[in-house]
Design a protein around this ligand. Structure first.
Ligand code: FRU
Length: 518
C-alpha cells in the first residue's frame, strides 16, 4: 500500500506548482469564523450538500457541489465549482451549471478524451438530474430526468445539451447519475438510482448521449431509507495480488437507524450486471460517524487511484448547523483499498496522503504508562492550533478505557474513547460545544472493534469543526462535525484511572500548516 501512496503523491507533487491558491478575503467579523475548516472544502458563502462531477484533469482536481447561491438553506440547487491541486486547498470558481426551470441535482462528470460525444476532444461532459417541479403550489409534485451539459474550457463554462433529457422514465424519483469509462467492455457506464424502489440501474453508451438499460440491482442491504448517489468502481485487493473486485456505494440509511449514511456492496461487475458477494440482508457501512453522506469517487485520477470525497453533514440537522456565512462542507478526501478478511472483502480508507505535506512540527511520545498518568496534555487551550493530525498506538488490558480528547476547555471536549471490555470505539460529541441547534445533534457514535489482542492504532485528523477518526489503518472510520467555542483548543491523550493498564506505545501530534481556504 505504501508504494501506491508514494506513487500517487509523486504525481500530485509534480502538479502542485501549476496553480497557486490565493487566499480569498472575507470579513472576519462573524462569530463562527473560528469554525471554518482550513483544509476541508467549504463554500465561501451559503449552502452546500453533495459533491458532484468529481474529476482530475491536467493538474487540477475539480469539485462541483450542490449549492444554493442565495441562502444558507437547501433550495435553488446549482452546481458550484472549486479546483485544487492537492485536494486540501480549494479555489472557488463561478457557478458552473445554474438552475433553470429545473433544479440541478447531483451527478458526475467525465473527460471525453476520444470525443465520443462530438463536443470536442477532452471536453468535460457532466451528467446531472434535472428536478422539475410540476406544480409550484405543490413542490412535492415533481419529475426527475437525467440531463447532460458540456464544457470545452476545462469546466469554466458549461452549455446544457439542446436534446436534454437524455433519460426520462416518466418517474418522480430517478436520480444521481455516475458515469465512468469501462475499459473491459469499451463503453461508458451510467449508474443511477430509483430511490424509492431501493434499486440501482446500469446503463451503457458509446457516445454519452444515447443510453440503453443493461441491468438493475436491489433492493438489497439496508433498504430503510431511499437510495441516493450511487458509485461503482473496481479496486485491487491488497492481500490478494492480481485480484480485483467491484464496489458499489449507495447513500441510504447508515449504521444509525433513522439517520442517513452510506453502505457498500462488494462483488463483481461484468459490464452488464453487478453481483453482490455478501448475503442480501448483510449491509456493510462506509463510516460509523454521523456525518458522512453522498460520497463518490473522482474520475480520471492519476494511476487510477480511488479517491473518495463525501459531504460532511447529516440531513437530520444540515439546515441548522451554526456556521456563518457558509453552511456545511466536504470531508477529507480518502484513498480507498480493499482487503480480504475471513468474512469477506472489506473497505479500507486512508486520509489523502497530501496531508503529509502540511505537517509542520510534531510532538512525539513513546512508551508511556498512560493509566498511571491519567491524562497527558498535548497542547494547552490557549494555543492557536485547532487543526492536528494525531496518531497513537495503544497496548491495553481487557478492562482499559482510553483515547483522545480534542477541542478541550473547562466546559467542552470531544472524546474519542475506546472501551476494551465492550470492544467499542466511541466518538462522543455530547459536550463538544454548541449542540443545542438541533435535538438530533447530540450523539454518541460507536463502532465494534475487536483488535484480537493486537494494539489499537488510532489516527484522528481534526480541522476546527471536523473530526475524522481512522482506526486500525482505516478499517474503521468515524466522521463528525462539532462546533466548539473559540476557547476550546486543548488536546490530550488519556486513560481512565482505576481501569486497566494502557501503554501508549507511540504517539505523534502533527501540527498542520494550511492556509485557510477562505
Ligand atoms: C442527496 C440528494 C440527492 C439529490 C441532491 C439534491 O443528498 O438528496 O439525491 O440529487 O441531494 O440536492
Amino acid at each position: 500500500m505504501r508504494t501506491i501512496i508514494v506513487a500517487f503523491v509523486g504525481v500530485l507533487a509534480l502538479s502542485s506548482c501549476t496553480s497557486a491558491v490565493k487566499e480569498n478575503q472575507l470579513p472576519t467579523d462573524s462569530t463562527t469564523v473560528h469554525l471554518r475548516p482550513r483544509f476541508h472544502f467549504t463554500p465561501q458563502k451559503f449552502w452546500t450538500n453533495d459533491p458532484n462531477g468529481l474529476l482530475y484533469h491536467q493538474g487540477e482536481f475539480h469539485l462541483f457541489f450542490q449549492h444554493n447561491p442565495y441562502d444558507k438553506v437547501w433550495g435553488h440547487m446549482h452546481w458550484g465549482h472549486a479546483i485544487s491541486n492537492d485536494l486540501l486547498h480549494w479555489q472557488e470558481l463561478p457557478i458552473a451549471i445554474a438552475e433553470d426551470s429545473a433544479m440541478i441535482f447531483s451527478g458526475s462528470a467525465v473527460v471525453d478524451q476520444k470525443n465520443t460525444a462530438g463536443f470536442g476532444e477532452n471536453a468535460f461532459v457532466a451528467f446531472y438530474t434535472a428536478h422539475r417541479i410540476l406544480d409550484p403550489a405543490h413542490p412535492d409534485h415533481y419529475r426527475q430526468t437525467q440531463c447532460l451539459a458540456y464544457s470545452t474550457d476545462k469546466g469554466r463554462t458549461w452549455t446544457k445539451y439542446d436534446k436534454n433529457p437524455i433519460l426520462d422514465l416518466g418517474k418522480k424519483d430517478f436520480r444521481d447519475p455516475k458515469v465512468f469509462w469501462h475499459e473491459e467492455s469499451q463503453k461508458w457506464i451510467m449508474v443511477v438510482n430509483l430511490p424509492t424502489e431501493r434499486k440501482t440501474q446500469f446503463y451503457g453508451s458509446n457516445n454519452l448521449k444515447n443510453w440503453h438499460l443493461l441491468s438493475e440491482f436491489g433492493p438489497e442491504g439496508n433498504t430503510a431509507i431511499p437510495w441516493e448517489c450511487p458509485d461503482l468502481f473496481s479496486l485491487p485487493v491488497e492481500n490478494q495480488p492480481g485480484k480485483q473486485k467491484w464496489v458499489l456505494l449507495i447513500s441510504a440509511e447508515g449504521p444509525y437507524p433513522g439517520f442517513q449514511g452510506m453502505q457498500y456492496f462488494v462483488g463483481d461487475f461484468d459490464g452488464v450486471r453487478f453481483k453482490n458477494d455478501n448475503p442480501p440482508d448483510k449491509p456493510l457501512y462506509v463510516d460509523y460517524g454521523r456525518d458522512y453522506f453522498a460520497a463518490v469517487t473522482f474520475n480520471h485520477t492519476p494511476n487510477n487511484r480511488r479517491v473518495l470525497l463525501g459531504w460532511l453533514s447529516n440531513w437530520a440537522y444540515a439546515n441548522q448547523v451554526p456556521t456563518h456565512p457558509w453552511r456545511n462542507g466536504m470531508a477529507l478526501p480518502r484513498m480507498l483499498y480493499l482487503q480480504k478478511e475471513p468474512e469477506g472483502y472489506r473497505l479500507l480508507q486512508q486520509p489523502i496522503p497530501t496531508v503529509d505535506f502540511l505537517a509542520r512540527s510534531a510532538i512525539k511520545h513513546v512508551n508511556i504508562d498512560l493509566h498511571r498518568i491519567g491524562e497527558l496534555e498535548i497542547t494547552t487551550p490557549n494555543r492557536e492550533n485547532d487543526f492536528y493530525d494525531a496518531e497513537g498506538t495503544f497496548e491495553f488490558a481487557d478492562d482499559a478505557v482510553f483515547g483522545f480528547k480534542i477541542f478541550k476547555s473547562d466546559t467542552e471536549e470531544t472524546v474519542i474513547r475506546y472501551n476494551a471490555a465492550r470492544k467499542k470505539l466511541y466518538l462522543d460529541r455530547s459536550r463538544s460545544g454548541n449542540t443545542t441547534f438541533s435535538p438530533k445533534f447530540t450523539t454518541l457514535d460507536s463502532v465494534d472493534i475487536d483488535t484480537n489482542g493486537e494494539p489499537l492504532a488510532l489516527r484522528v485528523i481534526f480541522d476546527r469543526s471536523t473530526v475524522e477518526v481512522f482506526a486500525q489503518k482505516g478499517r474503521y472510520v468515524m466522521s463528525n462535525v462539532v462546533f466548539p467555542s473559540v476557547k476550546s483548543r486543548g488536546v490530550s491523550v488519556f486513560a481512565e484511572k482505576g481501569k486497566g493498564r494502557v501503554r501508549l506505545v507511540n504517539a505523534s501530534f502533527r501540527d498542520l500548516m494550511a492556509e485557510n481556504n477562505r
